[in-house]
Design a protein around this ligand. Structure first.
Ligand SMILES: Nc1nc2c(ncn2[C@@H]2O[C@H](COP(=O)(O)OP(=O)(O)O)[C@@H](O)[C@H]2O)c(=O)[nH]1
Ligand SMILES: Nc1ncnc2c1ncn2[C@@H]1O[C@H](COP(=O)(O)OP(=O)(O)O)[C@@H](O)[C@H]1O
Length: 204
């Protein structure tokens, strides 16, 4: 059986650029992470595609999957459910591939409880003014939702202590490079590679 893959969790406040950085990682030609497509009850935005951006489900369907234990984690965010389907993550890690989640902080906290040996990366904004202008600039939210997102963001930044790494999203290509370097280093950690060395010694 191949060595189990790494579970990589990218999180951080809404509007910091998680989606943008994640897309840039997956567009790079040398990417070898598997993206776990999330499930949501929010409306599909123009240009989004079922099974690519999200799996779009009704609240009833989503709640049924929660009840069946089919979600690794889920959270309610600005009135909608968002969650990570469990089977895909387990199967892909078992195949020895690294699985990449891009999720908000409540969900990341739940993943940390269940998969403590995952790699938890917190994407931070250069500052709060820049964060607000990114949310406004994205143009997907009404003013009341923007205010809600900013309030949530302040609390989210306090949760940074749960993470292994903090990456400032000042420039997308730089943030992408830092994340790739983090994962490369994680693969070299002695506690991750020790089993294969011990096995090799036994076979001598
Ligand atoms: N807990 C959790 N959060 C998710 C998941 N998928 C996406 N999110 C987060 O939900 C939040 C809202 O996502 P979305 O409505 O697409 O807006 P946007 O990412 O802010 O443009 C973002 O912070 C996402 O990172 C998931 O599977 N679980
Ligand atoms: N490094 C960056 N510099 C400037 N703007 C950025 C940067 N990263 C993302 N953005 C912009 O900020 C907005 C929010 O990004 P998005 O990826 O939707 O955030 P999140 O997924 O964290 O909610 C988008 O308009 C995006 O183009």
């Amino acid at each position: 059986m191949p060595e189990r893959g790494l579970l990589i969790v990218l999180s951080g406040p809404s509007g910091v650029g998680k989606g943008t950085v994640r897309k840039a990682i997956f567009e790079s030609p040398d990417n070898d992470f598997e993206y776990s497509v999330s499930m949501t009850t929010r409306q599909k935005r123009p240009g989004e595609v079922e099974g690519v951006d999200y799996y779009y489900r009704t609240r009833e369907e989503f709640e049924a999957l929660i009840a069946e234990g089919k979600m690794l984690e889920y959270a309610e965010y600005v009135g909608n459910y968002y969650g990570t389907p469990l089977d895909y993550v387990n199967q892909t890690l078992d195949e020895g591939k690294d699985v990449f989640l891009e999720i908000e902080v409540q969900g990341a906290k739940k993943v940390k409880e269940q998969v403590p040996d995952g790699v938890f990366i917190f994407l931070t904004p250069p500052d709060l003014t820049e964060l607000k202008s990114r949310i406004v600039g994205r143009g997907t939210d009404q003013l009341d939702v923007i205010e809600k997102r900013m309030e949530i963001a302040k609390k989210e930044i306090e949760m940074m202590t749960l993470y292994d790494y903090a990456v400032v999203n000042d420039s997308v290509p730089l943030a992408v490079e830092k994340i790739k370097q983090i994962i490369k280093s994680e693969h070299l950690r002695v506690d991750r590679v020790i089993d294969s060395y011990l096995k090799m010694l036994k076979e001598l």
